[in-house]
Design a protein around this ligand. Structure first.
Ligand code: SAM
Length: 315
C-alpha cells in the first residue's frame, strides 16, 4: 500500500477536514468529536484551538489525527480513542472494559444527595452533608464514576463499590487513585450483593456480611438483548456486554437487585436506581410492596423517567 503523505495543515483546516470526514461517515456530534481528537493529539486545550487557528501542525501530528478520525469514522467511540470522559466535573479514564459514563447518570448523584439531605432535615439535623456516619454501596461501579463522585461530595462517608467484572474494578480503582479519593472507597468483586452475604469461607477480616447501608445506588445493565441490533455500532461493538444487557427484555436484573437491596438497607435507608428509557413500567411494581415507601420518579433532561428512588420501611 502506498504511504499516505501529509502536507502541513493549519489548525483551522485540520479541524474543518476532520469534521467533514466524520460527517461523511454519519458520526454523531461530528464537530465535538473532531475537536476532542485534535486536542488529544496536540495535548492542548480548547482555548488554544480557537486562539491559534493559523498555527501549522507538523506531518506526524496530522497523520496521528487522521488515523484517529478514521477509527472514529469506523465506529470506535471518541472516549476510547482519547481514553477519557468527564463526569460530575471529574475526568475519568475509560477503556473497553467499562461503560463510558453518561451525562444522565449524574441525575442519580443529584437525587441521592437531595434525598440524603431531606432525611437529615426530617431528623432535625443540619442538611449540609459530609457523609459522617453514612455507609454507601454502588452496585456495578464500572469506571467508578458514581462511587468517586459520591466520595468527592461526601468525604466522610464509608463507600463500597462492587462489580462482577474484575477488569472494570481495575479501571475504577485507578480512577479513584488518580483523583485522590481511593482512601474513601473499598472496591469489591461481587455478583450484586454476594460480597455482603454470609459465607463460611470468608475470614472475619474480609467478611462484609454484617454491613447495612444507608444508601444503595446503582446504574445496572438495563438494555434488552432483543434490542441489541438497534444499538449504534459505538455501543454494540465497543462497550462491554455485561455493562449493557440486563437480560432478554432488559429489566431482569432489577428483579434480583431490588429484593437484595431490601435485605441490605437499614430501615429508612435509600435505594436510588437508574432506569432504561422504557424500564419504569416493569420496575416500579417491584417497589410497590410494604418494604418500600416514598417512591420518587425523576425525569432526565429529555423528559425520560431516569431515576427511581425509594426508602426502605421498617416492615
Ligand atoms: C450500566 S454499567 C454502569 C457502570 C457505572 N456505574 C456507570 O454508571 O457508568 C453496569 C455495570 O454493572 C456491572 N454488572 C453487571 N452485572 C452485575 C452483577 N450481577 N453484579 C455486579 N455488577 C454487575 C457491569 O460489569 C457494569 O460495570
Amino acid at each position: 500500500m502506498p504511504q499516505q503523505k501529509f502536507n502541513l495543515l493549519d489548525v483551522r483546516t485540520a479541524l474543518k477536514q476532520g469534521i467533514h470526514l466524520l460527517r461523511e461517515a454519519n458520526v454523531p456530534s461530528d464537530t465535538l468529536a473532531a475537536e476532542l481528537l485534535l486536542l488529544h493529539i496536540t495535548r492542548r486545550d480548547r482555548t488554544w484551538l480557537y486562539a491559534h487557528p493559523e498555527e501549522l501542525l507538523d506531518p506526524q501530528t496530522i497523520e496521528s489525527y487522521f488515523s484517529l478520525l478514521r477509527r472514529r469514522a469506523a465506529g470506535e467511540p471518541t472516549q476510547h480513542l482519547t481514553g477519557k470522559q468527564e463526569f460530575w466535573g471529574l475526568e475519568f479514564d475509560v477503556t473497553p472494559d467499562v461503560l463510558i459514563p453518561r451525562p444522565e447518570t449524574e441525575h442519580l448523584i443529584e437525587v441521592a444527595l437531595d434525598r440524603l439531605a431531606v432525611r437529615e432535615l426530617r431528623s432535625g439535623r443540619d442538611p449540609k452533608l459530609t457523609g459522617e456516619g453514612l455507609t454507601i454501596v454502588d452496585i456495578g461501579t464500572g469506571s467508578g464514576c458514581i462511587a468517586v463522585a459520591l466520595a468527592k461530595e461526601l468525604p466522610n462517608a464509608r463507600i463500597y463499590a462492587t462489580d462482577i467484572s474484575p477488569a472494570a474494578l481495575v479501571v475504577a480503582q485507578r480512577n479513584a487513585t488518580r483523583l485522590a479519593l481511593s482512601n474513601h472507597i473499598k472496591f469489591l468483586e461481587s455478583d450484586l450483593f454476594s460480597a455482603f452475604s454470609a459465607s463460611p469461607h470468608q475470614s472475619p477480616a474480609t467478611n462484609h456480611q454484617s454491613l447495612l447501608f444507608e444508601l444503595v445506588i446503582s446504574n445496572p445493565p438495563y438494555i434488552g438483548r432483543k434490542e441489541a441490533s438497534t444499538l449504534p455500532v459505538e455501543v454494540r461493538g465497543h462497550e462491554p456486554a455485561s455493562a449493557l444487557y440486563g437480560g432478554e427484555e432488559g429489566y431482569e436484573l432489577y428483579g434480583q437487585l431490588i429484593p437484595q437491596a431490601a435485605l441490605h438497607l437499614k430501615p429508612g435507608g435509600l435505594l436510588v436506581l437508574e432506569l432504561g428509557h422504557d424500564s419504569l413500567p416493569a420496575v416500579r411494581p417491584l417497589l410497590e410492596t410494604p418494604q418500600w415507601t416514598n417512591l420518587l420518579v425523576t425525569n432526565d433532561l429529555s423528559g425520560i423517567p431516569r431515576v427511581l428512588s425509594a426508602e426502605r420501611t421498617s416492615a
